[in-house]
Write a protein that binds this ligand. Structure first.
Ligand SMILES: Cc1ncc(COP(=O)(O)O)c(C=O)c1O
Length: 378
């Protein structure tokens, strides 16, 4: 794959004296997208009143339509939020939970999302039920579907599902999980923080009730660009985390204005989509997935350990067990950074230590070879 890796690094402002294997956590915005964001800000500051009063509402809707097309959704069902955390807060804070209702999460639910669920459930007197998902995953996801079903019952009001988990980098068998929730009569919120740009998305076909996703991770948009999609029937009851002038004026009006803020991350999403098109969106996903697979297999071989999930449940991130018996994840991560300038997250799971490697266009096999050696030196 000669046209990626080193050959495209000039598109990013990343420090190339370091090895970046953690695209999954915060993304990394390419220079052409940052330039587009800068242009939006200049427009805003040049025509300030006209920008906020007349241009912004139209530009937000045009951007939502373009993003919607990418996501397989109608633009009017897509609203912008600052991040997936805000998308989750909007949904869970808007559902009128009642005492006795249950919200189903799992041990791999993102911690910030668990906190939102616990906080909102406590306010309503609702109950949080947490099931344990298998990890490492040994099958095609059937064991995960089984684990979810064990937590569903007639009191389950809402199920929060990750599309791709953060701590274990598993691409969930999302259609099967949603079908199980539907069969139990529960609402489904999909936390797709990692999904846009990493795996194909067709929100109209997915049949979730709510879907939130980040544009600032894998889609290459600037930080602070995320979306919320909702089925029409739920939209009248949904509110943004910050309620403003739009209250009671409908879904789009409520989310499109949440107070004066810099909307440039949202308005730069088209530039991010255009940047991806210079390589081909499907080609990016396929290349990153193939590189993550090659890297994961190589590291597991080099360390004589194993991968966290089969290839069928993987995207552009891979979990590999570390050949280390001791050491806390923050310590190991710090040593990799301080001694080797390698940025990679480390996690303790299943009584073992694991790394999560990401594969983005700027990565190449040499990055993972450096990690292999650095870990041996620990
Ligand atoms: C599964 C999942 N949900 C939510 C988030 C939160 O994303 P953000 O910090 O952009 O809100 C993350 C971040 O990594 C995540 O992995």
């Amino acid at each position: 794959m000669p046209d990626f890796g080193q050959a495209v690094r000039h598109f990013w402002t990343l420090d190339w004296n370091a090895t970046h294997l953690n695209h999954g956590s915060y993304g990394a915005t390419p220079k052409p997208v940052l330039a587009a964001q800068d242009a939006v800000r200049q427009d805003m500051e040049r025509t300030i009143g006209d920008f906020f009063t007349r241009q912004l509402p139209k530009r937000l809707r045009a951007t939502a339509a373009e993003l919607g097309e990418y996501l397989g959704a109608a633009g009017e069902d897509v609203v912008f939020v600052d991040n997936a955390t805000a998308g989750v807060q909007s949904v869970i804070g808007s559902i009128a939970l009642e005492p006795g209702d249950e919200i189903l999460i799992n041990d791999q639910t993102y911690n910030a999302v668990k906190n939102i669920v616990r906080h909102e459930a406590a306010r309503a007197g609702a109950k949080v039920v947490e099931v344990t998902f298998p990890f490492p995953v040994e099958d095609d996801g059937t064991s995960i579907v089984g684990a979810l079903k064990s937590g569903l019952n007639e009191r389950t009001r809402l199920v929060v599902l990750d599309h791709i988990t953060s701590a274990t980098a598993v691409v969930m068998p999302i259609e099967r999980l949603i079908a199980a929730c539907r069969a139990a009569g529960a609402l489904v919120l999909v936390d797709g923080a990692h999904a846009p740009g990493q795996v194909p998305l067709d929100l109209s076909a997915l049949d979730a009730d709510f879907y939130t996703g980040n544009c600032h991770k894998w889609l290459s948009a600037p930080k602070g660009a995320a979306f919320l999609w909702s089925k029409r029937e739920h939209q009248p009851r949904l509110h943004p985390p910050v309620v403003s002038h739009g209250l009671g004026k409908g879904y789009v009006a409520e989310f499109d204005w949440t107070g004066t803020r810099d909307p440039s991350p949202y308005l730069s999403v088209p530039a991010a989509l255009a940047f991806r098109q210079t390589f081909g969106d499907s080609r990016i996903k396929a290349r990153n997935r193939a590189l993550a697979e090659e890297a994961g297999t190589y590291l597991a071989d080099a360390w004589k350990t194993r991968l966290g999930a089969p290839a069928a449940l993987a995207g552009s991130m891979r979990m590999i067990r570390l050949p280390l018996a001791s050491g806390g994840p923050p310590d190991i991560r710090l040593k990799l950074w301080q001694n080797h300038r390698i940025d990679v997250p480390v996690n303790a799971l299943d009584n073992a230590l694991w790394v999560r490697v990401s594969a983005q266009l700027y990565n190449e096999m040499d990055d993972y070879r450096r990690l292999a050696i650095a870990v041996r030196r620990l």
